[in-house]
Design a protein around this ligand. Sequence first.
Ligand code: FAD
Ligand code: NAD
Length: 476
Amino acid sequence: MRNATEYDLCVIGGGAAGLVVAAGAAALGAKVVLVEKRALGGDCLHYGCVPSKALIHSAKVAQTIRDAERFGIAAQTPSIDLPTVMQRVQSVIGQIEPNDSPERFAALGVEVLFGVGEFTAADAFTVNGRPLRAKNFVIATGTRPAIPPLSGLENIPYLTNETLFAVKEPIEHLLVLGGGPIGCEMAQSLARLGSRVTLFDLAPRLLPREDADISAVVWGRFKQEGIDLHLGIQVLKVEHNNGEPRVLLEHPQQGQYWLSGSHLLIAAGRKPNLENLGLRLAGVELDNGRLILDARLRTSNKNIYACGDVAGPYLFTHMAEHQAGVVLKNALFHWPSKAQTRNIPWCTYTDPELARVGLSETEAIEQGLPHRVYRFPFADIDRAVAAGDTVGMAKIITTPRGKLLGACIVGPQAGELIAEYVLAISKGMSAADLSNTIHIYPTLAQINRRVADQRLKQALTPQRKCWLKWLFGFRG
Ligand SMILES: Cc1cc2nc3c(=O)[nH]c(=O)nc-3n(C[C@H](O)[C@H](O)[C@H](O)COP(=O)(O)OP(=O)(O)OC[C@H]3O[C@@H](n4cnc5c(N)ncnc54)[C@H](O)[C@@H]3O)c2cc1C
Ligand SMILES: NC(=O)c1ccc[n+]([C@@H]2O[C@H](COP(=O)([O-])OP(=O)(O)OC[C@H]3O[C@@H](n4cnc5c(N)ncnc54)[C@H](O)[C@@H]3O)[C@@H](O)[C@H]2O)c1
C-alpha cells in the first residue's frame, strides 16, 4: 500500500538537470518530489549561462560603440557604469526566472521542497526531518567553483561566478585565475566594460581543450583588446596588499613576479556537490571524489541515478537536459537508454565565438585515427566582409574517405553555425553531403559548405587535372 511519502521519483537538485527530470516525470504521470537547497534554476539561471550571456551582450554593445568608426559612424568612448550593467544582468535573470519558479513546477504536478537532506537508507532521503521514500532517486546537485589550494587565498576576498554578477562597485583591475570558458568569457566582457584585465593560467594557451590554431584566434583578439595574458605560469601565493589582491607567479623563462589588481576572479574549474548527502548509507560509491556511473547513468545503487554537471563529464546545460532524458527513460520505463558521450557540441561565447562538435584535430592524432583536415577563413565569406567581422575560420576533420569526424568554427555566430555540423556528424554524413547542399547567399553559413568544398578542391591534384583535360578535351 502506498503512503503519503512514497514517490515514483525523488529528484535532489533543482538546476537544469533536476528540473527537466522532474517536469518530464510529472508530465508522464509519475509522483515526483524535488528537493532544492537554494533556488530553482541552478547555476545556469542564477550564476552561469544566463547572467554570463547577458553580461557578454552588454560588453558587445560597448565594443560596438568603441569600434563604430570601422562602420563609417563616429566612434565614442562608451560611458559604462558596471553596477548598472549588473542590474540589467539581474533583470534578465528575473525575466527568465518564472519558467523555473516553484509555482510553475507545482502546477506541473511536482512537489517542491526547499531544504538540505541526506540519504538515511538505500530507499529514503530525509529532508527537514521528513523521510522521502521513492522507487528511484536522481542526484542532480551540480557543481560549484573549485578553489585551488593556493597559499594565502583563504585570507583574501575573491570573486567567483557565484558573486561576480552581483558586484555593486566598479572593477578597476580584474585579475582572472583561469583561461577556460569561464575565465575567457568573463575576462573579455569585463575588459570591454572598462576594467583593466589580467588573466593567468597554468596552461600554455587559452582554452586548452581546443586545437592550438583555434584557441590562438581567441588569444589574438584578447591581445588586440588589451587583455594582459600570463600563460604557462604557476601561481605561488596570493596576498592582500593595502586591501587589494596580488599574486606571485612563476614563469619558466621569466622567473617570479607579482601581479596586483583591485579584484580577483577564480575560474579554475568545478567541483561536484556530493558532500553530506549520506551516499555511503545509500550504497552509492565514489571514485576519486566522483560518482561511479554506468552508461545508463545509474550509480552503484541501481535505483539511484545521476545527471547533469554532478555526473559529468561535459558540463553544459544541453548535456544536463540530454542526460535528464536518459534518466527518465531508464528510471520510469526501464527502457535501456545510454547517455551520449560522442559528438557533443559546445560553444564558448568569446568574441569571436568558438564552437565545436566531435573530434578535434588533436584528438584524432592522439587516437591514432587516419584523418584529413580542411580549413576555410571567414575573410573569404562575403557576409563576414560586409559585417566587418572576418577574423576566424571553419575547420573540419574527416576520415580519408571524407566522412565527417569533427568540426570547429571560430568566428562570428559560431555557436549558431555549428548546428549544421552537429546534425551532419550525428547522421554520419560526409563532407560531400555538405558540398552538395545549397546554402543561401550571402550568409555566414556559407562557410559550412566552403570548408567542405576544400576536400573536393584538394582532391583536384595537377595529375587529376591533366587527366580531366585529356578526357574532356579541355583547352586550358
Ligand atoms: C559562468 C558559467 C557560464 C556557463 N555558461 C554556459 C553556457 O553558455 N552554455 C552551457 O550549456 N552551459 C554553461 N554553463 C554550464 C551550466 O551552467 C551547467 O552545465 C548547468 O547549470 C548544469 O545544470 P545542473 O542541473 O547539472 O547543475 P546546477 O545548475 O548546478 O544545479 C544543481 C542544483 O542543485 C542544488 N543542490 C546542490 N546541492 C544540493 C543538496 N545537497 N540538496 C538539494 N539541492 C542541492 C543547487 O542549489 C542547484 O540548484 C556555464 C556555467 C558557468 C558557471
Ligand atoms: N559557454 C559555455 O558553454 C560555458 C561557459 C562557461 C563555463 N562552462 C562550463 O563550465 C566548466 C568550467 O569552466 P572553467 O573555465 O571554470 O573550468 P576549466 O576547467 O575549463 O578551466 C579552468 C582553467 O583554470 C586553470 N587552472 C586551474 N587551476 C589553476 C591554478 N592553480 N593556477 C593557474 N591556473 C589554474 C586550468 O589550467 C584551466 O585552463 C567548463 O568546462 C564548461 O563545461 C561552459
